[in-house]
Design a protein around this ligand. Structure first.
Ligand code: AFP
Length: 298
């Protein structure tokens, strides 16, 4: 069940088509590239490979005018004016390999994608679709758009030519009863108000934190609960990037019936200032996000 918008469908076709290639390349690309990305983080060969594959794929899509990536300093022109007009192209934002530090420990990783109908950096409200690939025991892709949220299994076709995609959940919604939580950063680095919230939440929920946002968010989307990479005492803006991590994940969770916050309101309303700007990210069941905003809100 592809998106009704042909460009959105083409973007997720490209993401699905590259998923087996990225996954197959991971074992050989656990090494440091010796480079740092625009966020000052060390880059693995796997990050660069995924970024190159996806960048080439998006550039080939007529309806994509530009894209930004965690691994690239500036937006890449993909051939067309971007804006909200009927003939304008979309802008795509990607985290090509989210959780790449999990490569050494052989844990879950993912690819995050957001499709905006505005030039980047853009507000999350300008998203027309968002989703992620999860490289877990199996490769799945979650896609959220105006029709809702669905989960697909993505496998290489038996003849090796292309991929087979099967929708395993056509109407993915956040379970009403929360059961898991996952909070990033180090406890001593949590501000006192968040630490108090965390202590209260952990009495009711089970800890599920694997160090890759995509895997941890997928736990919340599967079992209900809350994921946070909070504002830290050492980094009040948190760690995660708005354009290609927080906005797409917030869009998915809100489309699935949950809520998102930067501590004061929906992530999708955060004012965009720069492609690599960071934001605290809290997503999950609405009541847990309301409690979070009551605890840390200004
Ligand atoms: P890497 O891509 O460098 O592994 O970072 C992953 C991430 O951006 C996000 O996926 C995780 O939620 C978060 O960082 C984990 O950060 P910590 O390593 O500080 O827990």
């Amino acid at each position: 069940m592809a998106s009704s918008d042909p460009t959105v469908a083409a973007v997720f076709d490209a993401v699905a088509a590259t998923a087996p290639e990225i996954r197959a390349a991971l074992p050989g690309r656990r090494v440091e590239s010796g480079m740092e990305n625009a966020s000052g983080e060390s880059v693995l060969a796997g990050d660069l490979y995924a970024d190159e594959l996806l960048g080439d794929a998006f550039t080939a899509i007529d309806g994509v005018g530009s894209f930004v990536s965690e691994e690239r300093e500036e937006a890449v022109d993909a051939g067309g004016p971007v804006g909200g007009g009927p003939d304008d192209a979309y802008a795509v934002a990607i985290d090509p390999l989210d959780g790449s530090s999990n490569l050494r420990s052989n844990n879950a990783m993912g690819t995050v994608v957001g499709v905006y109908d505005a030039p980047l950096p853009a507000r999350g409200r300008d998203l027309v679709a968002a989703g992620y690939v999860l490289y877990g025991p199996i490769t799945t892709m979650v896609v959220a758009d105006e029709a809702g949220v669905r989960e697909e299994v993505v496998e290489r076709a038996p003849d090796g030519d292309g991929v087979e995609r099967s929708v395993v959940e056509g109407d993915l919604t956040l379970p009403a009863t929360p059961t898991v939580y996952g909070f990033g950063g180090r406890v001593p680095d949590w501000p006192a108000d968040f630490r108090a919230y965390a202590r209260a939440v952990e009495d009711d929920l089970k800890l599920r934190y694997g160090g890759a946002m995509v895997g941890d968010v997928n736990q919340v989307l599967t079992y209900g609960g809350v994921f946070a990479y909070p504002a830290l005492r050492s980094a009040p803006e948190g760690k995660l990037r708005l354009q290609f991590e927080a906005n797409p994940i917030a869009y998915v969770i809100e489309r699935a019936g949950g809520a998102s916050s930067d501590g004061t309101g929906s992530i999708l309303d955060v004012e965009p200032e720069a492609v690599h700007q960071r934001t605290p990210l809290y997503v999950g069941n609405e009541a847990l996000i309301d409690r979070l905003e009551a605890a840390v809100g200004d």
